[in-house]
Write a protein that binds this ligand. Structure first.
Ligand code: NI
Length: 183
């Protein structure tokens, strides 16, 4: 395994559409996934898409930590807020309803910054893991956000392009000041 170099905003590999993976279970994909996981963990990211390591293929990895919520106590809860470490190849996203939710995002390809992004709150996604097994899940909360963020990378989209209000694009180092003045 190897820690790979991460491309930053401005590198053309982040602006193009990534290619479909012909065989998700191929040995070279397995190697790519292993390196992406090691790179994501080393960089402290919640997710990583193959174009971020200069590979224009439709592969993402992510991990969504659980959020503190009381909703889990209500029976309605068939969506996941948290996600186990997931490898998703050739993903497809379906938006389940019109509801949108705002949240702060960061990206290993846009280091040092945070931005407030509104996205569909409830999604279903499908794809394959690196053994070729199909994956199909519904997601909401941070889980839905991280999947959409990572899959955007496969279409050449970085989160600032999803922002409605660029006043909410800030440096991490100023976040505490921003929070204080917007309380
Ligand atoms: Ni990103």
């Amino acid at each position: 395994m190897a820690i790979l170099k991460i491309a930053c905003m401005g590198h053309p590999v982040l602006a193009r559409r990534a290619e479909l993976v012909r065989d998700p279970a191929a040995p070279e994909i397995r190697r790519l996934v292993a390196d992406m996981l090691e790179t994501m963990v080393d960089a402290g990211g919640a997710g990583l898409a193959a174009p971020q390591v200069h590979v224009p293929l439709r592969v993402v990895v992510f991990q969504a930590p659980g959020e503190r919520t009381d909703e889990g106590l209500i029976a309605e809860e068939r969506f996941d807020h948290s996600a186990p470490l997931t490898v998703l190849i050739n993903p497809e996203i379906e938006i389940l309803n019109e509801e949108r939710e705002g949240g702060w995002e960061g990206c290993l390809s846009v280091p040092g910054l945070r931005g407030f992004v509104e996205r569909p709150a409830h999604i279903r996604y499908r794809g394959f893991d690196h053994e070729g097994h199909p994956i199909a899940r519904t997601a909401k909360g941070f889980h839905a956000r991280v999947v959409q963020h990572e899959c955007d990378h496969l279409d050449g989209i970085l989160y600032p392009q999803r922002m409605d209000d660029l006043k909410k694009l800030i440096f991490e180092s100023e976040a505490r000041h921003w929070v204080k003045s917007n309380e």
